[in-house]
Design a protein around this ligand. Structure first.
Ligand SMILES: Nc1nc2c(ncn2[C@@H]2O[C@H](COP(=O)(O)OP(=O)(O)OP(=O)(O)O)[C@@H](O)[C@H]2O)c(=O)[nH]1
Ligand SMILES: [Mg+2]
Ligand SMILES: [Zn+2]
Length: 393
């Protein structure tokens, strides 16, 4: 059940969507054009999760908050009424969830069936700073023709959005997944070997997108023992991150994973070949997924999951399996902002000699001291430095 605040927020956002939709309808008295493009796989490399709020102009957030507060007050006055009125009363047609997307087309889950839908040509994503109108996870209103084909007429406001900069128009963002709750950061202990810097990048992205991160170290059957895995992940455990140790091969930790996924919409992120699809198959035997062999020459996986797709598991769990991602950029993040994503740095940074300390080379740096005294993990600090140097000033 959504909370009262959530309802109010949706109420406001839907109002806004309706207003925008009405405006557009007025502007488009001409015949409506339906976008139909080919169903082609896209390149999912360098997926990035930048904060969606970033594209909101100055003052807009404050304005939205005020609007939200007034919507909440309004709702308080009309509690009984609000409970009865469907949120998108004026949008006719069945509501569904987008489970797969390609250029101009998407597959929408409507009750217990899926329908291939085009997107109404009058819908515009660029107004919102996005390059795509619908994303996997979007809740949409569709209209159906006699032959069972559908058209997406409206996209409901998103609760969250996992975005990356558009490849060609970098001022715009591409929404990869909408309305997700958590990000499962999957690494493998071996084949490919665990890469802590990439884990940090995913953790930062999760935080910037308001997704709860959960770390999953898979293929623990390839480790000397669980103690070795635990030791490497100890800094993350100490910082309070949830860490799962799994093996899709032996079934170890799969029960824990099932529990973590329960009732949530989870995005799976991780290099190709770490075992994302294998883990899903272990969580829910019978799921039909393509699982690839890791090429032994490079100890790297080959891309086997070609498209971002949402899968429904039992217990109200949904997972979005993304194809292997080679690089994970942090679009829009600046060097000075990075420390804000390292809670152990934030904890001591006040004691640095310089207020604008970068914690890289300055004298009197409390972070450097903490690392020397063994109070901050050298591995985490190494990641901080490497990521710092990869960011713009
Ligand atoms: N030893 C071992 N091998 C595993 C485990 N999980 C997966 N594998 C193997 O790793 C290879 C890659 O697994 P996938 O599930 O296809 O990996 P993926 O992350 O979905 O890869 P992409 O779809 O390319 O992103 C397959 O050969 C699996 O059999 C595990 O826990 N232990
Ligand atoms: Mg896969
Ligand atoms: Zn410092």
């Amino acid at each position: 059940m959504p909370s009262r605040e959530e309802k109010a927020w949706r109420h406001y956002r839907v109002d806004k969507t309706l207003r925008q939709a009405r405006k557009k309808i007025k502007r488009n008295r001409k015949r409506k054009r339906v976008r139909r493009k080919s169903w082609v796989a896209e390149d999912w490399d360098d997926l990035d999760c930048a904060q969606t709020e970033r594209i909101v102009p100055r003052g807009e957030r404050e304005r939205q908050r005020r609007m939200w507060t007034s919507a909440l007050e309004r709702l308080e006055e009309e509690t009984s009424l609000a409970a009865q009125v469907p949120l998108v009363a004026e949008m006719e047609g069945p509501h569904g969830v987008v489970i797969e997307v390609s250029t101009g087309l998407c597959r929408v889950e409507l009750g217990d069936r899926t329908v291939l839908c085009a997107v109404r040509g009058t819908l515009s994503a660029e107004d919102m700073g996005f390059t795509n109108i619908v994303a996997v996870g979007d809740e949409v209103v569709v209209s159906l023709d006699g032959a069972g084909r559908g058209v997406v007429e409206a996209v409901l406001p998103r609760r969250s959005a996992l975005v990356r900069p558009d490849v060609f128009r970098s001022h715009l963002q591409q929404v990869v997944v909408a309305n997700a709750d958590q990000l499962l950061v999957v690494s493998s202990w071996q084949d490919p070997a665990i890469w802590l810097e990439l884990i940090d990048r995913y953790l930062i992205s999760a935080e910037r997108n308001g997704l709860l991160p959960v770390i999953c170290v898979n293929k623990v059957d390839l480790a000397e023992g669980l103690a070795a895995c635990r030791a490497v992940l100890q800094p993350y455990l100490e910082l309070g991150y949830q860490v799962l140790f799994t093996s899709a091969l032996t079934g170890e930790g799969v029960g824990d994973l099932r529990q973590v996924l329960s009732g949530q919409t989870t995005v799976l992120a991780g290099l190709s070949g770490v075992g994302k699809s294998s883990l899903l198959a272990a969580v829910q035997p019978g799921l039909e997924l393509r699982i690839g062999a890791v090429s032994s020459r490079h100890h790297e996986g080959r891309h086997t999951t070609a498209q971002v797709t949402m899968l429904r598991l039992g217990m109200g769990s949904s997972v979005v399996d993304t194809p292997g991602i080679r690089e994970f950029g942090l679009g829009g993040l600046r060097q000075a902002e990075l420390a804000g994503f390292y809670s152990e740095i934030l904890a001591v940074a006040d004691s640095c000699q310089f207020a604008d300390c970068s914690h890289i080379h300055e004298p009197g740096c409390a972070v450097l001291l903490a690392v020397r005294r063994g109070q901050m993990s050298p591995a985490r600090y190494h990641n901080y430095k490497t990521i710092y140097h990869s960011l713009p000033t």
